[in-house]
Design a binder for this molecule. Sequence first.
Ligand SMILES: C[S@@+](CC[C@H](N)C(=O)[O-])C[C@H]1O[C@@H](n2cnc3c(N)ncnc32)[C@H](O)[C@@H]1O
Length: 277
Amino acid sequence: MATPFLKWAGGKARLVPVVAEALSGRPIERYVEPFLGGGAMFFGLRARGLRAPALLADANAELIATFAAVREDVDAVVGVLRPLAEAYLGCDREGRRELYYRIRAWEPGDAAGRAARFIFLNRTCYNGLYRVNREGRFNVPHGRYVRPRICDEANLRACAAELAGVELRCADFAEVCAAAGPGDFVYLDPPYHPSSATANFTAYTERAFGWADQVRLAEAVRALAARGAWFALSNSAHPAIAALYEGLHRRTVQMPRAINSRASGRAPVPEFLFARV
Ligand SMILES: C[S@@+](CC[C@H](N)C(=O)[O-])C[C@H]1O[C@@H](n2cnc3c(N)ncnc32)[C@H](O)[C@@H]1O
């Protein structure tokens, strides 16, 4: 069974049973996911029997290139990643730090190298975060995991098998939503509207996801629903979000917090799930 090969902020594994139940028995033409991230919903639904063709997309070009490299040639990715993992795990703390920053500065010339670098950094950086500077260079510091799972070969191969035949696209969500039609099911997990002044983690790509994007997204979702596509959309349980999607079916789900690990932040948080299913 394939599980996400990346740690990704806002991972949706816990929501899989809710969406799977809503979908059960419904014939789907195509599964579309415009905010792929680590793909927890895609892999989770596949494990629960989803077999429809899929279109998976994200605005993060390195992320999509990594998924594509795993799909195209998982052996080549493992061939670069395995020795990196062995070297890292064999080092003391200082050696690991030095290797991490060397790989962070590395600019591989081929797809397998780029994917291996991306997975290595994702598994060894601080909290599995993804953040880039103005030039688009990954700039997260070294993490503190004692035994990180860097190269889970069996799972990478299982992911490659699930991705065979899947369409991958690096694109803005508007383009992907516009491609969804009658009978398609679209799962949307955008960067959330901040539920408080401190909960503003939206820097997954060079460009932050602001309120204008939330408005654009709501328009795109209303349009795809009007065309006869099914959808489910997650977002923070914020009054402004409730107002934006007014008139669409809404439920509130309790989700564990993903990245912030301060004790006070560990209690489950309510999130909205809007749907037409
Ligand atoms: C909350 S994360 C998705 C997490 C994912 N559901 C998971 O389980 O790992 C949001 C994703 O939206 C992507 N993103 C940000 N702005 C975007 C845009 N304008 N169009 C498409 N994707 C975008 C980010 O790169 C990020 O991967």
